[in-house]
Design a binder for this molecule. Structure first.
Ligand code: ADP
Length: 433
């Protein structure tokens, strides 16, 4: 049961009433004396209530002086207030520390509300993005006006981030990363990746230059080796093996240089450079024809199944390179008399190019790394087949340029399935001339 009256106070009041009643009864004015006690009690309570109100209005004043239960009430409120002030100070301290640490970051941090307006930013955002105090509440798209940022901000996908040249500092490269939180608010972090970008560019330029410079001496060497091989009968028999090996290695180096140059070109060309409708069924018939010639000596069967008229928006030379790399790999890594099936089809989600074989397969531990340059599941077998180790890296880059991706499924000893998946935005049922 709830207690509405404090015990001590109640017993004091009762005692006072009884005492006053007794005295009053003695004088014959019991009603008056009891009433006087009650009025006194009421007056004291009202006085303390007024003190409480006064104190609540001016919390800086000292705790009012009182007796009995009222004093306990004052002390309890005082304690509550002290605790509340302490936790508020703690909270403010945490907020201040969080703010100070975010302010000390070299990365630009900005908070954007659900309407896309700038809410808060740190000093680095001022330096990297040129945001000024008067920009608070402005739409972020008014402050960063490049089309690529507009696309990224409005449509994402946010987890992929966006790399772009700084709109205000020439030569500076920035990376934007946006995360949603709360009620569709956005946290945007911007990194200065100029150094990384320059290093990456240096690496790309170096590989491209070396490959390019190697081309001329290799052509000369290969030319002479070919001439010498044509006149092989003029040489002593011990030279025959040496000459054929030299030519084999020269061809391998040539393939390497060509693959490296192709990769450099793929990395440096913009994604949407002159795309055209590519007649994939026709392209695949040519690739199939070449694959059959390669597979014939091994007694392999290469079958082709295509959806006629299914075309892809892109660059024919690059697609040819990617598709034939996958078909050639299937022939290379499938033992004699194996089966290879090539398929090109579409559904409501997009288009698919798939090469399946019942060859040696790949251990699942290698699958995630297969598209890295020079990564080989079985290095000895791969060099024996004359591979450069760059084929799947080229496939990955070509697919990226065509908004597609590669899916690899393989069972060791049973076979592999390499699928290129393209979104419906780059396919068409008929060629548009
Ligand atoms: P390579 O020139 O060595 O063939 P790739 O980049 O084309 O280089 O392929 C990388 C590795 O993936 C190969 O070395 C091989 O181990 C493995 N691989 C690729 N295709 C197949 C396949 N169809 N079956 C089994 N292994 C494959």
């Amino acid at each position: 049961m709830k207690r509405y009256l404090p015990e001590r106070e109640t017993s004091e009041l009762l005692l006072a009433i009884v005492a006053a009643g007794a005295v009053g009864w003695f004088f014959g004015i019991a009603g008056w004396t009891v009433a006087a006690v009650l009025v006194l009690f009421l007056w004291r309570s009202l006085r303390d209530l007024e003190r409480l109100r006064e104190w609540l209005r001016n919390p800086e004043q000292d705790v009012p002086d009182s007796k009995g239960s009222w004093d306990e009430v004052f002390q309890d409120i005082y304690q509550l207030r002290r605790n509340e002030r302490r936790s508020r100070d703690n909270l403010l301290n945490i907020i201040e520390r969080a703010r100070a640490s975010v302010s000390a970051l070299e990365e630009a941090v900005t908070l954007i509300d659900s309407a896309g307006n700038l809410e808060w930013w740190n000093p680095a955002a001022q330096a990297l993005l040129g945001i000024r105090p008067r920009d608070r509440g402005q739409p972020i798209l008014n402050l960063i006006r490049t089309p690529s940022f507009n696309r990224y901000f409005q449509h994402g996908p946010y987890e992929e981030g966006l790399k772009m040249a700084s709109p205000r500092t020439p030569g500076q490269q920035l990376q934007f990363e946006i995360t949603r939180f709360g009620d569709n608010d956005r946290l945007m972090i911007v990194y200065d990746i100029t150094r990384l970008h320059n290093l990456e560019q240096m690496r790309k330029d170096f590989v491209a230059n070396v490959s390019h410079e190697l081309r001329t001496p290799l052509t000369v060497l290969s030319g002479y080796l070919e001439t010498l091989n044509d006149q092989i009968e003029d040489f002593a028999p011990r030279w025959t093996r040496a000459l054929s090996q030299m030519q084999q290695q020269a061809t391998r180096m040539n393939n390497l240089v060509n693959d490296l140059l192709m990769l450099s070109r793929l990395e440096s060309q913009p994604e949407d450079r002159e795309p055209q409708w590519v007649d994939v069924p026709r392209l695949l018939r040519q690739i199939h024809h070449d694959a059959e010639a390669m597979a014939k000596p091994k007694g392999q069967s290469v079958t082709l199944e295509v959806e006629d008229g299914l075309c892809l928006l892109g660059r024919e030379a690059d697609l040819r390179s990617a598709f034939s790399n996958l078909v050639t790999n299937a022939v290379k890594y499938t033992p004699d008399n194996g089966l290879i099936h090539v398929r090109w089809w579409s559904d409501s989600q997009g288009a698919y190019f798939r090469v399946s074989d019942n060859g040696i397969g790949i251990d699942p531990v290698h699958v995630p790394r297969l598209t890295e340059r020079f990564y080989r599941a079985d290095a000895a077998r791969s060099s024996a087949t004359g591979g450069t180790g760059l084929g799947l890296a080229i496939v990955k880059h070509v697919l990226m340029q065509h908004k597609g991706h590669l899916d690899i499924h393989s069972d060791l000893g049973k076979g592999s399935r390499f699928s290129c998946i393209f979104p419906s935005s780059v396919i068409a049922g008929t060629i548009e001339h």
